[in-house]
Write a protein that binds this ligand. Structure first.
Ligand SMILES: [Zn+2]
Length: 396
């Protein structure tokens, strides 16, 4: 069995809390051994075992790969003109989703596949080693199923989002569309999906619709996630906590009751994570979520890109970390944790977002001595190498 030693590590972020290492579990003067796609040993560099191959981290920081728990990659076309109009002062309403639905339905499987793989590779070069991918631009039984089938070719974390928006052919008949989502569309999607998600927002799906879809999705064996409280206050966050969702995403407009509900779940075995998506606020020029309020209340917070062609066309987790620090007053350590271990919590994964023996050998090596540089040097391509399942992704 081939082994790979990563050494000359300037700082190792393990996300295994230690007395001196804080919540990131920082360690120095250590090396890390990989075998068969797993971390098998971490210890003092001077005791590093012999290995078949070696990667010299050159004194750079080594972190778990980013876990991007919220992305919409299965689409066709782009909406650059809509972005330009928004930057010129037009408000974001979510209505542009229908533009992408038209282009996606018209696209071939290969076109969709090329886009998914291109964006997945783009994300990987920026350190993302686990990526959730949603459907939601097909909105017919056949198009939702093919979106998930294509997503499942590149990730295990696939999410059925038939309830993204009511498609034009169901205008004025949302109950009929929800019936389709809960019936034949769910049946066609389930073989390719791990999760079910609903865009619970004024103008999309209300709490009754969301509850109906999540309940039948759960009965079909899918885990629950929710787009909630993005554009205004609403029932989504509390509904997600009540139903035991793994994550409620956006959380931009929260009441005290919403924060209390999330904090109340924090002590549970499987808490509901608040996943913040600052790329969406950046790209729609909207106020950012109040991350400090959530963190101070003890809520588990994740960061994700929301990569999609309308409201957040970035695949960059380092960019989201920098936004979280600068605009949402998270500390660099909190932001790095939220983008790695937090994302893993949001996907209920224990094998990623952490570096310890037994974990998947998903990691990144920075051209910088510390995780601080991810926020301190925004926009700079600091990621020199990425290991996914123990396999180096970048040519050195
Ligand atoms: Zn989204």
């Amino acid at each position: 069995m081939s082994s790979l030693l990563v050494d000359d590590i300037g700082e190792l972020v393990t996300n295994v809390p230690t007395p001196g290492g804080g919540p990131l579990g920082l360690r120095r003067d250590v090396a890390l051994l990989v075998e068969a796609g797993r971390v098998v040993w971490i210890g003092p560099a001077r005791y590093a075992p012999a290995a078949d191959r070696r990667i010299d981290a050159g004194g750079g920081a080594v972190l778990p790969g980013f876990v991007d728990s919220h992305a919409h990659l299965v689409f066709a076309g782009d909406r650059a003109a809509e972005f330009a109009a928004r930057m010129a002062g037009e408000p974001y309403t979510g209505g542009g989703i229908r533009t992408t639905v038209g282009a996606t339905r018209a696209a071939s499987d290969d076109d969709l596949r090329d886009t998914v793989r291109r964006l997945r590779d783009e994300a990987m070069r920026q350190g993302t080693t686990t990526m959730e991918i949603k459907s939601g631009y097909g909105l017919t039984v056949a198009d939702e199923a093919r979106s998930l089938r294509i997503a499942a070719e590149v990730t295990a974390e696939t999410t059925f989002l038939g309830a993204h928006v009511v498609p034009a052919e169901y205008a004025g008949r949302p109950d009929d569309y929800v019936g389709l989502v809960c019936g034949p569309m769910l049946t066609a999607a389930t073989p390719y999906a791990r999760w079910v998600d609903v865009f619970c927002e004024r103008g999309a799906f209300d709490a009754d619709h969301a509850r109906a879809i999540l309940t039948v999705g759960q009965a079909a064996g899918l885990g629950l996630r929710l787009h909630a409280n993005q554009l205004g206050p609403g029932p989504g966050v509390r509904l997600g906590v009540e139903l035991g969702a793994a994550s409620v995403d956006h959380c931009t407009h929260l009441s005290d009751a919403d924060v209390d509900a999330l904090a109340g779940s924090a002590g549970a075995d499987e808490p509901t994570v608040a996943t913040l998506l600052p790329g969406a606020e950046f790209s729609t020029r909207s106020p950012y979520p109040d991350a400090r309020r959530l963190l101070d209340a003890g809520v588990t917070v994740a960061l994700a890109t929301d990569c999609n062609p309308g409201s957040s066309y970035t695949s960059s987790m380092p960019f989201c970390v920098a936004l979280a620090v600068r605009e949402m007053r998270m500390t660099p350590a909190e932001a790095v944790w939220a983008a790695t271990a937090g994302g893993a919590r949001a996907l209920r994964r224990t094998d990623v977002g952490v570096l310890r023996p037994g974990a998947r050998a998903d990691l990144m090596i920075l051209d910088a001595p510390s995780h601080l540089h991810l926020a301190y040097r925004p926009g700079v391509p600091l990621i020199r190498q990425v290991l996914h399942n123990g396999v180096p992704q970048c040519r050195l």
